[in-house]
Design a binder for this molecule. Structure first.
Ligand SMILES: [Zn+2]
Length: 270
């Protein structure tokens, strides 16, 4: 029988008996937020769940890694104004993460990894991971969507730079994960662009690059999606296909599995 990696499927005495010198507990974190007219609010949580499932299935049995139930809510206030978006405040999310980390540290675990499915959580998770490291002693990692949202097929330059919400990649993933929740006839294409004074390799850093300087570059503008997209979409959702979704899951799952294996025995140098 293969290892049951769902931590919450075990009993407390089984958890007590686990050898925790090695091993990492993974907390998937999603969001309940607008994803345009064609994708469900739960998109990010569904994606991160499926990616983790693929990663855990690809892990050899001797790697110690356990998943917690997904935290479906995230910090989604960049999508304020789109009905159905349910956001935790930064303070609340931070407090929840601290409480989860404290519980794991008390149980004797040594490593915690946040597996983030929503870009809007990223900055807070990175900061909170360090706070947790200092407060509890846990080795705390924040694994971001860029780890598993790397298409093993070619996409347009525009989509690569501006397709960051509900575009080709997320639509493809939902078409394979939960096709019954996708309304492709309502999918749209929308790119938010803004002229920058001097596009350069330096300003091209970050997820968007080029003229997305004000979104993910070093001059980010604390953007709100309602200021830039009527549908809520950034990208070309009409390019989504289930085949691309399958390829993303296979590539992302393997990439995450390789990383989890390393993290499970990670130790600082001193
Ligand atoms: Zn999303």
């Amino acid at each position: 029988m293969s290892v049951n990696r769902q931590l919450a499927h075990h009993t407390w005495s089984e958890v007590a008996a686990l050898d925790k010198t090695e091993g990492v507990v993974i907390l998937p974190i999603g969001a309940v937020e607008q994803h345009g007219h064609h994708l469900p609010l739960l998109t990010d949580a569904l994606i991160v769940n499926r990616m983790l499932e693929a990663a855990l299935a690809a892990l050899p049995d001797d790697v110690a890694a356990w998943a917690l139930p997904t935290l479906p809510y995230g910090k989604s206030n960049e999508h304020t104004g789109f009905p159905g978006t349910v956001s935790l405040s930064a303070q609340t999310l931070m407090a929840v993460l601290h409480d989860i980390a404290r519980s794991l540290a008390d149980a004797g675990f040594r490593r915690l990894a946040f597996l983030n499915g929503h870009g809007g959580n990223a900055a807070l998770l990175e900061m909170t991971a360090r706070e947790i490291r200092v407060a509890t002693g846990l080795l705390c990692f924040s694994l971001q969507p860029a780890l598993f949202m790397q298409p093993p097929f070619s996409i347009s330059d525009e989509e690569r730079r501006f397709g960051f919400h509900g575009g080709e990649l997320e639509t493809s993933l939902l078409l394979t994960i939960a096709p019954e929740l996708v309304q492709m006839e309502r999918a749209v294409r929308h790119y938010a662009d803004y002229p920058v004074p001097a596009p350069s390799p330096e300003t091209g850093e970050g997820r968007g690059g080029g003229s997305s300087l004000f979104f993910f570059g070093p001059a980010s503008s604390a953007w709100l999606s309602r200021d830039w997209s009527e549908s809520g979409i950034f990208g070309d959702a009409t390019l989504g296909t289930a085949e691309k979704g399958d390829a993303l899951i296979a590539a992302g799952g393997q990439r995450l599995a390789d990383l989890i294996r390393v993290i499970s025995t990670f130790e600082p140098a001193l």
